[in-house]
Design a protein around this ligand. Structure first.
Ligand code: FPP
Length: 240
């Protein structure tokens, strides 16, 4: 791929969808697809970092995923352990720093500890940020932001007319990403054309890329295709 760095998105968000269908096509249990999905994620992390992408946000577990069968939920919440156990040296070798968004408090303690450890072990890296959305839901994120802001108003710390987009941004979970908190490009695999409660505020002006490829089959070449497609788009942010 011809690297035109001007056209490389700074922040890419991915809805990694289709693991279950991928496994079913192979007469395998759904979790087999999730395991393969972790391998795909590793390849895409390496590629995104190579391309100079600054932030890769991936939807690993949504607030709605709790309603899946208990075994599958447990398996999904154990994936961060698999990921770090097998990939930490590579993350460090590639200078990738891990962070996450979502309601960590409701995760099993073991998952919380694994995430904290993954963060700590990569905290000195200065390359791409791999931002893992875990127990994340955008409506919940916005609700929490409204509560925080309302509390400040009630306590007299903030005037209602001081509430602007910047202030709302500052109360969202993506705030730590600073000027790059809004993704430039959102990719969803597996042919589903929905946002599924992912980064509703942050994706307001992002480019969307949908592909029928199931996540476990999504290769770095397909990721490149999405980036090339992005580079051809004209972003207007509502202007002419
Ligand atoms: C959607 O496929 C995928 C998920 C709910 C889980 C995605 C998670 C990973 C790929 C790995 C996460 C990695 C880390 C480091 C935590 P689906 O099960 O909805 O598939 P289907 O629509 O075909 O049923």
């Amino acid at each position: 791929m011809n690297h035109d760095l001007e056209k490389i998105p700074k922040h890419v968000a991915i809805i990694m969808d289709g693991n279950g269908r991928w496994a079913k096509k192979r007469m395998m249990p759904r979790v087999f697809g999730h395991r393969k999905g972790v391998e795909t994620l590793k390849e895409i992390v390496i590629r995104a970092n190579e391309l100079g992408i600054k932030i890769l946000t991936v939807y690993a577990f949504s607030t709605e995923n709790w309603s899946r069968p208990e075994d599958e939920v447990n398996f999904l919440l154990n994936l961060p352990k698999d990921f770090f156990d097998s990939f930490l040296p590579q993350l460090n070798k590639n200078n990738v720093k891990v962070d996450y968004i979502g309601d960590a408090n409701r995760l099993p303690e073991e998952t919380q500890a694994i995430m904290q450890e993954g963060l700590a072990q990569t905290s000195k890296n200065t390359g791409m940020i791999l931002n893992i959305a875990l127990n994340y839901g955008s409506r919940q994120e916005i609700t929490q932001a409204v509560q925080l802001i309302a509390t400040k108003v009630a306590q007299g710390e903030l005037m209602p007319n001081a509430i602007d987009e910047e202030l709302i941004d500052a109360h969202l979970m993506t705030h730590f990403l600073g000027e790059y908190s809004a993704p430039d490009l959102m990719i969803r695999t597996s042919g589903e054309l929905r946002l599924s409660n992912f980064l509703l505020w942050q994706l307001a002006y992002s480019e969307f890329y949908f592909t029928d490829i199931l996540w476990p089959d999504f290769k770095p070449e397909q990721f490149d295709e999405a980036i090339i497609e992005y580079s051809k788009r004209k972003r207007r942010f509502g202007k002419v």
